[in-house]
Design a protein around this ligand. Structure first.
Ligand SMILES: NC(=O)C1=CN([C@@H]2O[C@H](COP(=O)(O)OP(=O)(O)OC[C@H]3O[C@@H](n4cnc5c(N)ncnc54)[C@H](O)[C@@H]3O)[C@@H](O)[C@H]2O)C=CC1
Ligand SMILES: O=C([O-])CC(=O)C(=O)O
Length: 331
């Protein structure tokens, strides 16, 4: 992938007929995800009810005449959708609606991700990389991974980049600085209201963030605002985040494939026990991407406040894992 020959990369999107799919596909085809020289083959995987909408999107993609877009194929068969795929964005699921918590979604969505994981295991390219967007994203990623025999576990990730970007944007706004001044924020744990946006190691310009903004705010209202931003958007827009979610998924894949350099970001990746997170959980960590792989940044200091917040979110991931195990969705 991304070698000098620039052979086309196959990108599969599930939920391609949905809102995030619509917001993501044009940017992927324009080169925002894999770079301005990388041709892409798009596979749009939908359920029968979503096919018509995906067909419409495919017509519009054709009408853009994107030079980097090699082909667009539509299917409702996962074994075709993931055949030879290099990058899979698992977006299709049921969005949360007002008043609904993620726990309610476990059962509704869990059954989607086992078969998709199996199809990825059976059909995808050797270098396949998967990011799960559909909620509950961390646990859906775990389910897919557990069914994808033969695919290295670390190729399954879940999206917390949207939370990360929200945390950066809100901190920059509070400090009255431009976004590039902010560095070193971490989202820990689950993509849910228990997530912990951690600014204890963050900087604003060349100063510790906690010397610039009120520490009480950073450890109170700020955490709540970031963690509940999804619900805020639902409340204000009347629907869940779309443009910002598509953007985050694109940035997640772009960093994973092209690298972050020294810049730190957040992604939900398979724990190898870092920071006391139980091995095997797909939990959000501070990460850098090097040579096509996410590496957890391991040398951060965790104070008692952070420890408690991380543990709380990780406990929720453990309970989601146990719940899907109880439902027979994983072994
Ligand atoms: N991780 C994150 O940061 C975020 C995650 N989300 C989640 O992303 C998901 C998608 O959101 P939207 O695009 O707004 O929803 P949407 O309802 O507009 O689109 C979902 C699409 O998925 C399709 N679909 C359902 N089951 C499928 C399956 N088994 N295979 C293929 N396609 C399938 C549906 O037909 C529909 O077209 C939701 O679960 C939402 O909660 C949304 C925002 C942020
Ligand atoms: O909250 C939701 O249902 C959508 C979502 O994941 C987010 O916006 O972070």
């Amino acid at each position: 992938m991304n070698d000098t020959s620039h052979a086309p990369v196959t990108v599969t999107l599930t939920g391609a007929g949905g809102q995030i799919g619509y917001a993501a596909l044009f940017r992927i085809a324009a080169g925002d995800m894999l770079g301005p020289d990388q041709r892409v083959r798009l596979r749009l995987l939908e359920i029968p009810q979503g096919m018509r909408s995906a067909e419409g999107t495919a017509l519009e993609l054709a009408d853009c005449a994107f030079p980097l877009l090699d082909s667009v194929e539509l299917t409702d068969d996962a074994s075709i959708g993931f055949d030879g795929t290099n990058i899979a964005l698992l977006i299709g699921s049921r969005p949360r609606t007002a008043g609904m918590e993620r726990g309610d979604l476990l059962e509704a969505n869990g059954a989607i991700f086992g078969p998709q994981g199996r199809a990825i295991g059976a059909a995808a390219a050797d270098d396949v990389r998967v990011v799960v967007v559909g909620n509950p994203a961390n646990t859906n990623a775990l389910i897919a991974q557990q069914h994808a025999g033969g695919v290295p576990a670390e190729r399954f990730t879940a999206l917390t980049r949207l939370d990360h970007n929200r945390a950066v944007g809100l901190l920059a706004a509070e400090a009255g600085v431009a976004v590039p001044e902010v560095a070193g924020i971490t989202i820990w744990g689950n993509h849910s209201a228990t997530q912990y946006p951690d600014v204890s190691g963050a900087t604003i310009g060349d100063r510790p963030a906690l010397d610039v903004v009120d520490a009480e705010w950073a450890r109170g209202a700020y955490i709540d605002r970031v963690a509940k931003r999804g619900a805020e958007i639902i409340e204000v827009r009347g629907g869940s985040s779309v443009g910002s979610a598509a953007n985050a998924a694109i940035e997640h894949v772009r960093d994973w494939v092209l690298g972050t350099g020294e810049r730190r970001t957040s992604a939900a990746v398979v724990s190898r026990g870092e920071y006391g997170v139980p091995e095997g959980l797909i939990s959000s960590f501070p990460v850098r991407a090097v040579d096509g792989a996410w590496n957890v940044v391991e040398d951060l200091e965790i104070d008692a406040f952070s420890r408690e917040r991380i543990d709380r979110s990780v406990a929720e991931l453990v309970s989601e894992r146990d719940a899907v195990r109880g439902l027979g969705l994983i072994g």
